[in-house]
Design a protein around this ligand. Structure first.
Ligand code: GAL
Length: 490
């Protein structure tokens, strides 16, 4: 008996030690926020971060859950040899220092994200953290940092298999944990060495591919692994299109879990090179696959249509669903006989969501993507066995006029605090700081459930007409009949 207890205790201790590497209580649902890189690259400053933060509050984006303001590459100016070799913030860009930025973000109820690199240099050529993990983690904690994006450039050959990469990234995980400050840990090694296999033991998320760019589906040889080989992609590359990254994600959706997510990269919504339909599809996919939702556009110049996409609470509620299970791709067809990985395709993704009907039956998310250049290939899925209430998650998209009114009402044109809240202008905006997505779903808040379009009967068909390069996204809620057993419907 005593021996058995001992074994149990030893096993529990082992588990606690392992869980401790990532058990920071963060990202129980995918993290949300903003990062400057996609729109602004190295053009970073205190003004940019704080002005963006004001706008995130003013535009109601904070209330929708966008929490972290993440500073990307190019912020530092070397190390201070007389202060333990700690990193120095570039005072021309951050005149009041990083702790002041963190303080202001915290005052606004936001979190501060920081960037560094598990290499000798960052990708922009600034000092990296390899060999300085402890001193840098301590510096970040002392500044009040809440999030670390950790890149992969100049890794000094410490890559090439899973063990080597994991060990390099684990050093920073341990250093962050040792600070005692909960710091969300976001790996950015571009999918090299299969981070979905080991990332969950040390981090809250891991990038699954080379850098996204503002493009729907253009083939680019700088982003390898375009087809069925994407599950085994050893070469990360960059200039990856939305459909390229979605394809990579399709093979590894099962790796996502509460606290540890596949990161499909920052959003491109609002960066100008895709159509409205493409941005809708991009946002819908990222949400359904449980990617972190990190806005990547310049919020200071956001267009109303883009604000309205990023503000769709019914879609965000899928991403933030308490069950934390990623949708998966159920089928992919080439249009007119083309290779679906190369030519235009249609595809269906679906997955289970926590029940909002209080019953045994999970809700479902169904996402139809039309990669074709024509409308209406009538993407469909046949043969449901029971009745489902079908709710359109884009039906209540905020109008462009309403988004324009929200933008116009903000006076945060400099570092001005207005105290203004978009819920005062926008009618019926969801406010997650008052009611979490989990609570809102449990209470059947209509802002989260979408519009009922139809009820599909047993043996029926869910059909949607989808814009070219666009998406239709539905929440299906079970209308159970006594005779039907719980099963995987879609
Ligand atoms: C890349 C990374 C980008 C951005 C950039 C900064 O490696 O994937 O998201 O952080 O470095 O130089």
């Amino acid at each position: 008996m005593a021996l058995r207890n001992l074994i149990f205790t030893a096993a529990a201790a082992l588990f606690a030690a392992k869980a401790g590497a990532v058990d920071n209580g963060l990202a129980i649902t995918p993290q949300m926020g903003w990062d400057n890189w996609n729109a602004l690259g190295c053009d970073v400053s205190e003004d940019l971060l704080l002005q963006t933060a004001e706008l995130i509050v003013d535009y109601g984006l904070k209330d929708l859950g966008y929490h972290y303001v993440v500073l990307d590459d190019c912020w530092s100016k070397g190390r201070n040899a007389s202060n333990n070799n700690s990193l120095i913030a570039d005072s021309s860009k951050f005149p009041n220092g990083m702790a002041a930025v963190a303080d202001r973000l915290h005052e606004l109820g936001l979190g501060f994200g920081m960037y560094s690199d598990a290499g000798k240099y960052t990708c922009g050529g600034y000092a990296g953290s390899l060999g300085y993990e402890t001193v840098d983690a301590n510096t970040f904690a002392s500044w009040g940092v809440d999030y670390l994006k950790y890149d992969n450039c100049y890794n000094m050959g410490q890559a090439g298999n899973q063990q080597i990469s994991e060990a390099r990234y684990a050093k920073m995980a341990n250093a962050l944990n040792a600070t005692g400050r909960p710091i969300l840990y976001s790996l950015c090694n571009w999918g090299e060495d299969y981070p979905w296999n080991w990332g969950s033991t040390i981090a809250n998320s891991w990038r699954i591919s080379g850098d996204v760019y503002d493009n729907w589906d253009t083939y680019d040889s700088r982003c390898p692994c375009t087809g069925a080989d994407a599950w085994n992609c050893g070469l990360p590359g960059f200039h990856c299109s939305i459909l390229n990254i979605a394809n990579k994600a399709s093979f590894i959706v099962s790796k996502a879990q509460p606290g540890a997510w596949n990161d499909l990269d920052m959003l491109e919504v609002g960066n100008g090179a895709m159509t409205d339909a493409e941005y809708v599809a991009h946002f819908s996919l990222w949400a359904a696959v449980k990617s972190p939702l990190i806005m990547g556009n310049d919020i200071r110049t956001i267009a109303p249509a883009d604000l309205s996409i990023l503000s769709n609470a019914a879609v965000i509620a899928v991403n933030q669903d308490p069950s934390g299970s990623s949708a998966g791709r159920r089928w992919l067809y080439g249009i007119n006989g083309s290779d679906p990985f190369v030519g235009p395709s249609i595809q269906l993704w679906s997955g289970s969501l926590k029940s909002t009907t209080g019953g045994t039956y999970s809700d479902m998310v169904v996402l139809l993507i039309n990669g074709a250049d024509e409308t209406d290939p009538k993407a469909q899925r046949k043969q449901v066995k029971m009745s489902w209430e079908v709710r359109d998650l884009w039906a209540n998209r905020m109008s462009t006029d309403e988004a324009a009114a929200i933008i116009a009402a903000s006076t945060a044109t400099g570092n001005v605090t207005t105290g203004y809240n978009a819920t005062e202008v926008g009618t019926g905006r969801y406010n997650v700081t008052a009611t979490s997505y989990a609570a809102g779903l449990a209470a059947n808040d209509t802002l989260l459930l979408g519009n009922v379009t139809t009820t599909v009967q047993p043996s029926g068909t869910v059909t949607a007409t989808v814009d070219p390069h666009g998406a239709a996204m539905f929440r299906l809620r079970a209308v159970p009949t006594a005779a039907v057993k719980k099963r995987d419907e879609l």
